[in-house]
Design a protein. Structure first.
Ligand code: ATP
Ligand code: MG
Length: 554
């Protein structure tokens, strides 16, 4: 479906109305991550939405780092975020930092003080909390609210000059201590924090609070549509109050439901715990819901974008089946991934009547892609096949290899199993087979029809490989709402390692980051842990949805 055929989501409706009425000539959106962790698939939803709207309506999107909390933020995160947004396929109009506005924000705070709309409060955080009241009882103002603008200005300047310790004073907006919205009960807009900031260093020891900084940053950038998630609905009156009282650009906030997905967690706080407590190998562990984890897992950016489009823009919280994301990955890779052969559990096949040293055969890279081309695959007297593709005593309708039975080797020849070789314990160590020279794929004149086709790898040319199979990181669907600590629900079997696999040589030296379809096995991507002597592959996704079948059976 093209975007024109799809019905508009509620944000698109608002934007079209704003453009039609002339309220805005063009739109500007922003993606505003706090650089305190790596981005996850929930952020991808926000990125695809914000950048997607600007692309659709010919506007611009800023990448703005909401870096107002010096304690948790880091440049490593800034770099990873930029990398992830680019990898997802988007270009920002400007790279901006809320911390670049610290001077302007400070001036704005002074303006509020001048207007009698902000005051310095010396109360402790406990006192402030107690005076705030409860959702059903109004709060009460303390004596500090009586300070004159001149007193407040002097104190605020002294706060900035570093004359007070952390927590000794705060600057509060003077709004309404009786408001049913607790966030309007004289919210704190500046606090003292003697901490080094990842960009401003030691210049500041007072930092603006999120609500004040965020809305005003939007205004400074002339963001027309500031899109955030539903938990910010109660913050909107404060967002509007600041803009109104500072008379700045009238940015408007719109909220949509955050993405939640089954069998995973998506808060940076929890993801950081998994990393710090070494329950995963890092932020980019292929089992993580992070964009960097998904990239390392082999998920194509196009599949993530497609997933974000398909789930749409909801106004109520919901839980999306991770199976839908995997479906999008599979669909994209079926179209784009080149095919390769890798044997996971090797059984030696000796082709006794093959007398050449070896020959290069050709195999198509992707039957779904007419421009996919072909590659060379070496064939020789000794090959590896999958142990499970042979049965000594096969059941009826067994079309793989068995004594006296024939199969086709993909892109090669038909072979027949003549003899089973065993060791002293009776374990099968090799098969002696013969091949039919006239049955070569592409020029088969043998007239023999076989039903089974096996993948294989020439033993002399094979590269050793380790294959990492991933399962869901959590055992329960709704991790965030499951009982107990979320870490209690970790799936202990989320990683299975196959160490003795053999890969065809065309898989060597691949740093493309693109996933391949390993014939009959699934989609796999080369991992950065690979070396020239040993390749490491991550399973991106299975060929079919084994999980859905399990659920139906179960
Ligand atoms: P988390 O709770 O995971 O730490 P956050 O909201 O604190 O996320 P920010 O860096 O503040 O993370 O988020 C940047 C933007 O991404 C915000 O506009 C936020 O609303 C949006 N966002 C974060 N998580 C999701 C999600 N699960 N679904 C949709 N948008 C999200
Ligand atoms: Mg946040």
């Amino acid at each position: 479906m093209s975007s024109e055929e799809k019905s508009l989501n509620f944000i698109e409706e608002i934007i079209e109305a704003d453009l039609a009425s002339g309220k805005h000539k063009s739109i500007t959106t922003r993606f505003p991550p706090e650089p305190n962790g790596y981005l996850h698939i929930g952020h991808a939803k926000s990125i695809v939405l914000n950048f997607g709207l600007a692309l659709k309506y010919g506007g611009a999107t800023n990448l703005r780092f909401d870096d107002t909390n010096p304690v948790t933020e880091d440049t490593e995160y800034v770099e990873s975020i930029k990398n992830d947004v680019k990898w997802l396929g988007f270009n920002w109009a400007q790279e901006l930092y809320a911390s670049d506005y610290f001077d302007q924000l400070y001036e704005m705070a002074l303006q509020l003080i001048d207007k009698g709309l902000a005051y310095v409060d010396d109360s402790t955080s406990e006192e402030i909390a107690a005076q705030k009241g409860t959702p059903t009882t109004p709060g009460t103002r303390n004596k500090y609210a009586e300070r004159t603008p001149a007193e407040n200005k002097a104190l605020f300047e002294a706060m900035k000059a570093g004359e007070f310790s952390d927590g000794a004073k705060v600057l509060r907006a003077k709004i309404d201590m009786e408001s049913p919205n607790m966030l309007l009960r004289d919210p704190i807009i500046y606090r003292i924090k003697h901490a080094k900031h990842h960009r401003t260093g030691d210049k500041w020891c007072i930092y603006p609070m999120y609500d004040f900084a965020h809305g005003q940053s939007d205004s400074i950038e002339k963001i027309t549509h500031s899109i955030c998630t539903l938990e910010f609905v109660p913050h909107r009156p404060l967002y509007d109050w600041c803009i109104e009282n500072l008379n700045t650009f009238p940015s408007k906030q719109y909220e949509f439901a955050r993405l939640n997905m089954t069998y995973t967690v998506m808060s940076k706080r929890k993801l950081l715990q998994l990393v710090n407590e070494k329950m995963v190998k890092g932020w980019d562990d292929p089992r993580m819901s992070t964009i960097s984890g998904m990239r390392r897992r082999g998920y194509p950016a196009a599949a993530i974008r497609e997933f974000c489009d398909r789930i749409g823009v909801a106004k109520r919280d919901n839980l999306i089946d991770v199976g839908l994301l995997e479906f999008c990955v599979r669909e994209e890779l079926n179209k784009t991934a080149q095919r390769r052969m890798v044997v996971f559990d090797p059984l030696k096949v000796i082709i006794t009547n093959y007398t050449q040293e070896y020959e290069e055969l050709t195999s198509e890279n992707n039957p779904e892609d007419s421009n996919g081309g072909v590659r060379n695959v070496p064939f020789s007297r000794e090959i590896w096949i999958e142990r499970e593709d042979f049965m000594e005593i096969p059941p009826k309708k067994y079309f793989r290899l068995a004594p006296g039975q024939m199969v086709r080797l993909k892109s090669a020849y038909i072979i027949k199993c003549d003899e089973v070789i065993k060791d002293e314990q009776g374990n099968i160590t090799a098969l002696h087979c013969s091949y039919i020279p006239e049955s070569k794929s592409g020029s088969d004149t043998s007239g023999i029809h076989v039903k089974g086709t096996l993948h294989w790898v020439s033993a002399a040319h094979a590269i050793q490989a380790e294959v990492r199979l991933y399962d869901r990181l959590f055992k329960v669907e709704d991790v965030a709402n499951a009982e107990g600590d979320f870490k209690d629900h970790i799936n202990p079997d989320s990683l299975q390692i196959i160490s003795g696999a053999y890969a065809e040589p065309a898989l060597a030296d691949d740093s493309s980051g693109l996933a391949f379809q390993f014939l009959r096995k699934g989609y796999f991507v080369q991992d950065t842990d690979s070396s020239t002597s040993k390749l490491v592959f991550n399973r991106t996704v299975t060929l079919k949805d084994a999980w859905a079948k399990e659920v139906k059976k179960g």
